[in-house]
Each structure stands twice: as structure tokens, then as C-alpha cells.
Design a protein around this ligand. Structure first.
Ligand SMILES: *[C@@H]1O[C@H](CO)[C@@H](O)[C@H](O)[C@H]1NC(C)=O
Ligand SMILES: *[C@@H]1O[C@H](CO)[C@@H](O)[C@H](O)[C@H]1NC(C)=O
Ligand SMILES: *[C@@H]1O[C@H](CO)[C@@H](O)[C@H](O)[C@H]1NC(C)=O
Length: 294
């Protein structure tokens, strides 16, 4: 889910990224993926973009070409919120062309089904692992300074990890799905569901990382969300930036769910009101097959 309050922090990096993207140092076409039978029915490219003062940051991305008209269709940059959550979440759990198939999951490598309502049907989409520390992105200059504030959280995490270790008999990647205690313990560690668990089994599989051209040895472990990124919240409100963008007549689409209380839509409504835009058309429900869809 796009974290709008953090959108501004990305505008400058986005412009920089678009510039670098034209001549990305490392990019590979991915024709097949473990978990999907046959050739992928869409064009996937993965790669790294070096950013930072001394290019010491390597940001990993998944680029999927529009299935309609890639040259004319818009380009969307997808940053999963958190901050610290992988672009793969957007790709496999939200708007991408493939989704993990829970019905066929037996504890080994998960498989994919195609998602007919993917945004890549009408747009080119870059799913990025950002900021550094997210997904497969990494820094070449290791900085392991952790403040003591996170130490207690780390201790709790260690505690949960140890209880997971004992329930799962040391099997994190291929746990026995009938071992409910183990699955529960693993869910607790990252506060995730079984669906998310499949992304761990998939993204940490060496054959998958090879297929995605992930550089060997650059990250210890893929996590759906990295809660230990060294990230300073230094912008309190970005409303003035959004106002500026609307004054410059940029068009915007606000696409907001109403089922995630971590990103409450009431705050989104308040933010829209603060933009002081004039109302052209009234707020109303819209329908799909006779049902209210939003
Ligand atoms: C699990 O499913 C995979 C295919 O997704 C299959 O190759 C494997 O044999 C299955 N394993 C078990 C234990 O059923
Ligand atoms: C999380 O981010 C920190 C800071 O960038 C990094 O040191 C660490 O390796 C990352 N953890 C994972 C699991 O990627
Ligand atoms: C929006 O309009 C209200 C009422 O006219 C005004 O008080 C407020 O300052 C405006 N907000 C901004 C950010 O321009």
C-alpha cells in the first residue's frame, strides 16, 4: 500500500531514479520463475540501480512492461510502504500480474496464479525495494549502528525467534505445514499471515534468487518488511507539497483501501479536504456487477 505521507521523500529520488533507469548499470530479462510453469506471459526485468553519494547503495527493482502498449502506456513507480517493505509485496500481494496460490501450497516452494486485474495490463510498473535495507536492496558500505532504543525490540524478536526455533525444529524455510504451532510461531515473528509466509519460502529460495539475478551474498535474508532499516522521520506533513503539485495542474489519482487500519482512510479523507480543491462531482459509490465496489 502506498504510504502517501512519505510520498514526498521519494519525489527527488524518483526523478534521479528515472534518470539512472535509462542507463541502468545492471538489468536482466527474466523469462521464467520458479513457481510458475512455463514462460512468463509478461515481460519482467530485474536489476540494481546504484544511488547515494558514492553509489554505495544498490536498489533492487522488478520492472514489468505493460501488456497493452508499453511505449504509450504510463510508467508507475510502486513503493511499498512501511517504510521497509519489499516491492515484491506490491507485485505478488497487491497489483502485480502474479499472486501466490495458497490452495496448492504444501510447505515447499509456493506456486503462482495469474491475476487478471493486474495494473500491468495497462501500465508499465517498476516495483522497487526501497529504502536501502528493503528486500534485495543493500549498501556496499556496511553500517551496523543500532541505537539502544531498538535493543529491547530486538530482544523480544530474539525471544520469539527462539520459540519459533523450538516449535519448528529449526526448519524455517520448509516447515511442516501440519505443525500448526510452528506456523503460528512464524506468523508471530513478523505479524504475518500464511499468505505472507509463502513469500518468505519463495524469495529466500536460492533457485528463485538466481532466476531474479539477485547478487549472491549481498543480503543475509529476504524479509517482506525490514523493521530495522535506519530511517529518520524528518517530514511531518507533505500537504504543502501536494498543494503545490495541484497548483501546477498535475493530475492525481487517490486510490485508497478502507480495510487496513494501519493506513486509515479517515486520514486520507482529511488530507484530501486539506488540499482545498473544488468539488466537480459528488462523492458517490461505484458498482461492479450490481455490487458496491467502492
Ligand atoms: C508439494 O508440491 C510440489 C509442487 O508444488 C510437489 O513437487 C511436491 O512433490 C509436493 N510435496 C509433497 C510432500 O506433497
Ligand atoms: C535491514 O536494514 C538494515 C539497514 O539497512 C540492514 O543492515 C539489514 O541487513 C536489513 N535486514 C534485512 C533482513 O534485510
Ligand atoms: C483551505 O481553506 C480554508 C477555508 O477557506 C482555509 O482556512 C485554509 O487555510 C486553507 N488551507 C490551505 C492549506 O490553504
Amino acid at each position: 500500500m502506498m504510504n502517501f505521507t512519505k510520498l514526498e521523500t521519494w519525489i527527488s529520488s524518483w526523478l534521479l531514479l528515472m534518470f539512472i533507469f535509462q542507463s541502468a548499470a545492471s538489468q536482466s530479462i527474466v523469462k521464467t520463475l520458479p513457481g510458475y510453469y512455463g514462460n512468463l506471459p509478461f515481460k519482467l526485468e530485474t536489476g540494481y540501480v546504484s544511488v547515494g553519494k558514492n553509489e554505495e547503495i544498490e536498489l533492487f527493482y522488478y520492472f514489468i512492461e505493460s501488456e497493452r502498449n508499453p511505449n504509450e502506456d504510463p510508467l508507475v513507480l510502486w513503493i511499498t510502504g512501511g517504510p521497509g517493505c519489499s516491492g515484491l509485496c506490491g507485485l505478488a500481494f497487491e497489483i502485480g500480474p502474479i499472486a501466490f496460490d495458497p490452495s496448492s501450497f504444501n510447505g515447499s516452494l509456493p506456486s503462482f496464479i495469474l491475476r487478471p486485474y493486474s495494473w500491468t495490463k495497462i501500465a508499465n510498473v517498476i516495483f522497487i525495494d526501497a529504502p536501502v535495507g528493503t528486500g534485495f536492496s543493500y549498501a556496499t558500505q556496511a553500517d551496523s549502528c543500532y541505537t539502544s532504543d531498538t535493543l529491547s525490540a530486538k530482544d523480544t524478536y530474539t525471544f520469539l525467534r527462539k520459540s519459533a526455533k523450538s516449535s519448528c525444529f529449526g526448519q524455517y524455510v520448509d516447515p511442516d505445514p501440519s505443525n500448526v504451532q510452528c506456523i503460528r510461531a512464524l506468523e508471530l515473528i513478523d505479524d504475518d499471515h500464511m499468505n505472507y509466509f509463502m513469500s518468505y519460502a519463495w524469495a529466500n529460495n536460492p533457485a528463485v534468487q538466481d532466476a531474479l539475478y539477485v547478487r549472491k551474498g549481498t543480503i543475509k535474508e529476504w524479509k517482506k518488511c525490514n523493521k530495522s532499516i535506519l530511517y529518520e522521520y524528518n517530514v511531518e506533513s507533505v500537504v504543502s507539497y501536494h498543494q503545490l503539485l495541484s497548483e501546477k495542474k498535475y493530475k492525481a489519482l487517490v486510490y485508497s483501501g478502507d480495510h487496513d487500519i494501519t493506513v486509515p482512510y479517515l486520514a486520507t479523507l482529511k488530507w484530501i479536504r486539506q488540499l482545498n480543491l473544488s468539488v466537480v462531482d459528488d462523492w458517490r459509490p461505484w458498482y461492479v456487477n450490481g455490487q458496491v465496489a467502492g
